[in-house]
Design a protein around this ligand. Structure first.
Ligand SMILES: *[C@@H]1O[C@H](CO)[C@@H](O)[C@H](O)[C@H]1NC(C)=O
Length: 407
């Protein structure tokens, strides 16, 4: 009996290990009892074949509760805009005729699906896709359905992120075009700094994307005669490809996530690159990491204030921390003399704030404060001056209400 149990445990460990999500996975989900591969794929708007491609080694016939599966792996497949659940005895031929799409499109959108014989009934295939996927497609996942219903769901809402296109204010008086544009060059040639460029070019939000999205495109480099009506900056594309465990969000003063250094004994700045996301509650974890992840240590967040500015396109949470509340097993914690550090898409690889192009997050153990701002535009999340601290970069009125915590 004992031997059998050991063997079973070893097998269970093996099957979990072999189901490690593909590298490059940008979003994961922890399987609940009653889930099946088709249901999970559908909930995350993936085809069954795409889901399997993202989870090499995963056994769909023995799907175990608690297994972490990948629900977005951009490199492996085209981004699907329209998912369809195959009925009984449908073939590639009958389906493409009925849906008025070409066989080429179907095959391009469904790599790995065989058109020999009938298609597997109940599996999800893709009817329309972006053949060249952007690496950045992960938005907050659609919540899993409560039951694994087998009814056909009409899903043709796209979750893909539109690639920003340069559109020029018609009244622009001076246009610059280059195969390798950069804010530095434009500033040298025309004296216009990044803030002006972002204002004059409504689809631009960051210098970081100039070489990619504005290559050989018109860029307005002097004040337009009749400036376009102000448009709040929109979400376009994360600066990073999101990595699970590095995704944060700001929803309210009680539901948000930020970063902490993995080692509580060390200083903040040297650990910026390996920072770990922590959330205030299960809801925030679910939104960002698919329920696996870290909850902030009890008492760490002493206060939190949430402010949103929809006109400018940013949200922020600011407040005080208790630096003694985050400690290792030996009780060692962050140093009271540590001036802290800055998390942003450059310092912390793979870090994104859900729904926002960029973010800025400082943590200052010495003065006992933290601040997180998620922005659509670099203008509001300027990451070049971290040494100035929360009080200067992200103004708020709740940094000094409570006395500094002990030690
Ligand atoms: C929101 O942002 C806009 C644009 O930057 C600014 O004019 C306005 O004062 C801000 N409002 C608040 C309440 O901060």
């Amino acid at each position: 009996m004992r031997v059998i149990a050991t063997v079973l445990a070893a097998l269970a460990a093996l099957s979990v290990a072999s189901a490690t999500p593909a590298s490059g996975c940008t979003s994961t989900y922890k399987v609940k009892s009653g889930n099946n591969c088709g249901g999970i794929a559908n909930a995350f708007k993936m085809t069954t074949a795409g889901f399997k491609a993202c989870n090499p080694g995963l056994s769909c016939s023995h799907l175990k509760a608690g297994t972490t599966v990948c629900t977005a792996c951009p490199a492996a497949q085209p981004v699907c805009n329209k998912v369809y659940r195959v009925g009984s005895s449908e073939t590639c031929g009958s389906l493409t005729t009925a849906k008025k799409i070409s066989l080429t499109t179907f095959q391009m959108c469904n790599p790995g699906v065989s058109c020999v014989g009938s298609l597997p009934a109940g599996e999800h295939v893709c009817l329309s896709c972006n053949a060249a996927p952007l690496a950045i497609t992960s938005v907050a996942p659609t919540p899993m359905p409560k039951t694994t219903s087998t009814s056909v769901r009409k899903t043709d809402t796209s979750t893909s992120v539109a690639k920003p296109k340069a559109t020029l204010p018609v009244t622009c008086t001076s246009i610059y075009k280059s195969s390798n544009p950069s804010c530095t060059t434009i500033r040298r040639l025309y004296g216009s700094d990044y803030r002006n460029l972002i204002r004059w070019n409504p689809t631009m939000y960051s210098c970081a994307y100039l070489p990619t999205y504005f290559k050989n495109q018109d860029i307005c480099v002097s004040p337009p005669m009749n400036p376009p009506l102000y448009q709040p900056p929109q979400f376009r594309a994360y600066k990073n490809t999101p990595i699970p465990g590095k995704i944060i969000e700001l929803k309210s003063a009680s539901t948000f996530c930020g970063f902490l250094p993995p080692d509580p004994r060390g200083a903040v700045a040297p650990q910026e690159g390996v920072a770990k996301a922590f959330c205030t509650n299960q809801q925030a974890l679910k939104d960002t990491q698919g329920l696996t992840g870290n909850i902030y240590p009890t008492g760490w967040i002493r206060s939190a204030k949430y402010v949103a500015n929809a006109t400018a396109g940013w949200v922020q949470v600011t407040g005080q921390i208790n630096r003694d509340a985050y400690k290792n097993a030996k009780g060692q914690h962050l140093s009271p003399t540590d001036g802290g550090g800055q998390y942003d898409p450059t310092s912390t690889k793979g870090a994104v704030c859900l729904g926002y192009n960029t973010f800025l997050h400082l943590l200052e153990p010495d003065s006992g404060v933290y601040c997180i701002r998620c922005c659509q535009s670099d203008i509001d999340c300027w990451t070049g001056t971290s040494t100035q601290g929360c009080r200067h970069l992200i103004p708020a009125d709740n940094y000094d209400i409570l006395p500094l915590s002990s030690t």
